[in-house]
Design a protein around this ligand. Sequence first.
Ligand code: IPE
Length: 242
Amino acid sequence: MTTVLKLGGSVLTEKDEPETVDEAALERAAAALAGRDDLVVVHGGGSFGHHHADRYGVSTTAGTHDAEAVRAIHGAMKRLNAAVVDALADVDVPPLPVHPMSAAHRDESGTLTLPTGQVRTMLAEGFVPVLHGDCVVHAGAGATVLSGDELVVAVADAVGADRVGVCSAVPGVYDESGDVVEHIDSFEAVADALGASEATDVSGGMAGKVRELLDLAAPAYVFDLDGLEAFLDGENPGTRID
Ligand code: IPE
């Protein structure tokens, strides 16, 4: 059973400290993943990517032609990626880094093209590909942010994922009264409750996540670190989106 797992940047990093890994959280995530394979890991930016993206005013739609800005964002994400890969290697997961900027691009409308033959071959050969949110060249805009959520969507269908997990800082998608919604099968049903969280990061917040996860062939789950092991064991923590 193939699983695609996103580890949110807000889970793995100290939000307010530029380029700081939350070591305890990374260790917990790695412990839950110990010894597993048939898995693609995608991680977000947290205080690595978002710090530099904010500094240079780059988002998924606002591009830059400043190569230094692109290298700053990409470089920070590679450093976080190396930390994640090392943590997984320490617990007998066979991780290999995959840097999306080297292979992906967006056309003028923003549509992403991401080759996935390497990811599929890594999986078939028993490796665990570890992708990260990144910068991506964007026709007419220079380069824009490529979020981990977009990567999850692009990769999940390409590898024929059976389950998709988004491990985030919250235990699931909240309704208006702050309770975790168990199941979401349409965006309209939760749009109002999600509106409030939309503006907080450069790549779309929870509303954007839900919208993209609904489009996947596989069921997706949003949960926090407490739910990670249960998700990997085939249980249904947090919010199911399908
Ligand atoms: C952002 O990825 C990547 C960059 C800012 C370069 P995500 O948007 O998926 O990151 P998190 O998980 O929200 O931190």
